[in-house]
Design a binder for this molecule. Structure first.
Ligand code: NIG
Ligand code: FE
Length: 411
């Protein structure tokens, strides 16, 4: 049995178990001057040190939080972390005023990364992914989803899913794979042809991927096509997720509801009807403020959606084109200042609600019986994480009860 006691936390912060939406979402549990006892990777108790002290044995490792905050590890439920090369030059063009959509029309964008993937040996792709996973861990991400989608051929899509599966065993972040064969239509193929290929990839993809995703957008896949692809994904055993309403409303929300999507992601362009429809479902509405910031497009109407009763999740969308960040802390800050989300709601959206978007139970809260994925921050007040923006506040990362990253010694 392994036993770990973290003592002397100024605040132990946690969402309330199973509270995913509504006014209650903002009511974080904040235990002051508390300790946490962890056994075999799960939290056994949270409370004042004298109450937990009796459980200490010779085998117990003790970590002194040094009067700092302890909170759940971040669950990043939407990323494209496995990619080749980078798009720094396209970024420079965008800074000169060329739009993301224009770059895609010229043959750049997703197609550039697809080209880079096709030119990179598997080991090089993996090396870059490892580097980025280490960055993610150091930013406090303890659970993460990664999509394929830069292969766009059977061989390379499966290769990307294989890489994600190998990465699961090779580093501490808990990974979930998503098949995003329908990310774009590859150059030189017509869409009908490519959709049939995506359908043919499904049986193999489902050996690796828990979820199937589609980029439902003008110029990519229509609502009808998305539904058909996701239904086929379901038949192959993959749960549906969707990129919807990033640039245009093309009926993606209806499609997400009809297909029973686990999450609907992006949602930058929303009308009242779409908000009301989503509010009546259990679909996690995943906001990706990094994209709005990076592409200078509108932010999703998160405040309106939370008030309407939608389930908010917050994720990086880490990818080389539209969101080159792994800082959930910065995204929390953006959610607060740009989307009028409270710090407390943003924390819930990036922990327990992210876990919901990945269908993971007992992840994202610091409560007895929950998985011991937690962060020690370098501050005594959790609100500093959003307030002092652009700073990495992570001092230490604990995954399933094991110290997996130590960035700052105790204060
Ligand atoms: O989630 N929206 C589509 N896909 C990614 C961007 C992909 C890229 O530009 O490489 C996204 O924003
Ligand atoms: Fe994405």
């Amino acid at each position: 049995m392994t036993s770990l006691l973290i003592k002397n936390a100024s605040q132990v912060v946690s969402p309330q178990a199973q509270v995913f939406r509504g006014k209650e979402l903002g009511n974080l549990i904040v235990e002051r001057d508390a300790s946490i006892h962890i056994e075999n990777g799960s939290i056994r108790a949270v409370g004042p040190f004298p109450e937990l002290e009796t459980a200490i044995t010779n085998e117990t490792t003790i970590i002194d939080a040094g009067g700092r905050v302890v909170m759940p590890g971040f669950v990043d439920s939407h990323s494209h972390l496995v990619f080749g090369g980078n798009r720094a030059n396209e970024f420079a063009e965008r800074c000169r005023g060329v739009s993301y959509e224009e770059i895609a029309r010229r043959g750049g964008g997703i197609a550039s990364t697809v080209k880079a993937i096709h030119q990179s040996p598997k080991e090089a792709i993996k090396k870059q992914a490892h580097l980025n996973l280490r960055r993610a861990l150091n930013q406090g991400i303890t659970t993460m989803e990664i999509k394929s989608g830069y292969g766009l051929s059977k061989e390379t899509e499966i290769k990307l899913l294989e890489i994600i599966t190998e990465l699961k065993e090779e580093q501490p972040i808990e990974l979930t794979a998503t098949f995003l064969g329908a990310h774009a239509v590859p150059k030189g193929k017509n869409k009908t042809e490519y959709i049939s290929e995506v359908l043919e990839m499904m049986p193999d993809a489902s050996k690796y991927a828990q979820f199937c995703d589609v980029f439902c957008e003008e110029g990519y896949f229509s609502a009808e096509e998305s539904k058909m692809i996701l239904e086929a994904g379901k038949k192959a055993g993959m749960l549906p997720k969707m990129h919807v309403n990033q640039f245009h409303e093309i009926g993606g929300i209806q499609a997400a509801i009809e297909v029973g999507a686990v999450s609907a992601d992006h949602l930058e362009v929303m009308n009242e009807q779409g908000i009301d429809l989503l509010a009546q479902t259990d679909i996690a509405c995943t906001f990706l403020p990094g994209v709005s910031f990076f592409l200078n497009i509108p932010y999703a109407p998160a405040r309106k959606m939370i008030d309407a009763g939608c389930i908010p999740a917050l994720a990086t969308d880490f990818n080389p084109g539209s969101s080159m960040t792994l800082s959930m802390q910065l995204l929390i800050s953006m959610a607060c200042t740009q989307m009028q989300v409270s710090v407390e709601e943003a924390i819930c959206a990036s922990t327990q609600n992210g876990a919901l978007a990945l269908q993971k139970s007992r992840v994202g809260c610091l409560l007895p019986g929950w998985q011991a994925d937690l962060l020690i921050l370098d501050t005594d007040n959790y609100r500093n994480m959003a307030y002092f923006f652009g700073e990495n506040h992570i001092a230490a990362v604990i995954k399933k009860g094991k110290l997996v990253a130590q960035l700052k010694e105790s204060a």
